[in-house]
Design a protein around this ligand. Sequence first.
Ligand code: ZN
Length: 538
Amino acid sequence: MRKFILAAATALFATQAPAQPSTPPRLLVVISVDQFSADLWDAYRPQFTGGFALFAAGTVFRNGYQSHAATETCPGHSTLLTGDHPATTGIVANAWLNQSLTRSDKYVYCAEDEAAPGTSSTSYKVSDLHLRVSTLGDRMKAVWPTSRNVAVSGKDRAAVMMSGHHPDQRWYWDGKRFSTDVAGAPEPRSVTLANTAIQRLLAAPGEPLQAPPFCMARAQPITLDGSGRVVGNGTLARAAGDAAGFRASPALDGSTLALAAGLVQEMKLGRAATPDLLSISLSATDYVGHTYGPGGQEMCLQLLELDREIGDFLKFLDSTGVDYALVLSADHGGLDIPERLRLHGVTDAARVDPALGATAMGKVLGQKLGLAGPVLIGEYSGDIYIDHALKPADRARVLKEALAAYRAHPQVAAAFSRDQIARTPMPTGNPVGWTLLQRARASSDPERSGDILVLLKPHIMPIPNPTTYVATHGSPWDYDRRVPMLFWRRGQAPAAPEGAVETTDIMPTLAAMIGLPLAAPAIDGHCLGAVTTCPAGK
Ligand code: ZN
């Protein structure tokens, strides 16, 4: 009997408090897989045998939330290592409009210095100046000046938002090579080697990937509405020198991970007296999703290859003997192409009505109100701006008419004014139940966000005519908000809490793991007790 009770008590304690290593890790490795939705994680999890399979044996939150409405790359990455929602980080979109800019392009890219002469939002000087808060790496360096804060990414904005204001090394793919905005230091040898190797890789054709039966089942050719393009059965092959094909293939992620491994070795990360942070953002999944949609053979090939690549990277980390802790999550999810969704019974899936474009809508409203000029500036959904050249009274008329017109459209779920969002208190608690207005509040800023926020109904793809990009994300719906949040450390018992958590919880959890006190101001996220021992009251 006593034995039975002991066994029962042991089992009980095992479920209440997973075994946790007693010493803090020396190296934190945070991986963001761009556009890796929780839907993809759920669908592919049984197929993984490499790096993702290792994560599946850690602490798995399959209901992680990028809980805000603006589910784009820059806002999403800004939540991962700051502990704050985009409304607090200031990164409310990939780009926002500033009508008082003196340059001709009035859009501001989230990771640029728009004051740099001769720049635009698409040809810019990379900068962290728009990020209003500190990252984990910034905070580590403030407490332990010898800690290293290193970021490697397929996109500049991901590297900037994950490392913040005080990176030691920050390298991102610029379309031709890995480059940096961190001035002064000599280029590490691993960067030179990686760039040389990539030039060779790019110069050669990319062979088609061999689809296993699981992927072949998804190889259904789909002709896209309004264009002759066929997707679904691609093999991610590319011609010699095809840089766009390179980035929409596992070769970009493999190169990013190879560079990360090189920097771990060269900088001896995790082997100093203070802990180090390595942030890695893997962008190819996002490019594959945009180019082919996330529901076909192409995404299957990408994810199985990425599984193998991450596995190789983790084997390399093991070979260094460093005690590391891992996190893997995503900046947002994604929506599949409506043409394929409809075949699978999602009958409301459609491409957006071109009449919802800000230019088209502004033209109609301008004629109705007798106003010249663009009237509205923006895209098919998200932030819509009213032309500041209009008189205040006319701007008020445009706002009233535009809100009514958007709200009356059958593809629109909601249209909110800037004031309406600003009056909404910042939401807290379980993100599953947040209203659309609360989701909007978590990614809005009175200076940067639009005069109107337009949210399309579920399964409405805001790309009217598919060309290069056929699918995207950016909605307030769970296919774009819900992402996996996976924690792994050697010696930690597996756990799979079902409850909802937020990506803003990652930073305080990692801070607790390495014993980093979080100085004021308070952050939006909370330390996760299922992963580590949290400080009292956090
Ligand atoms: Zn993204």
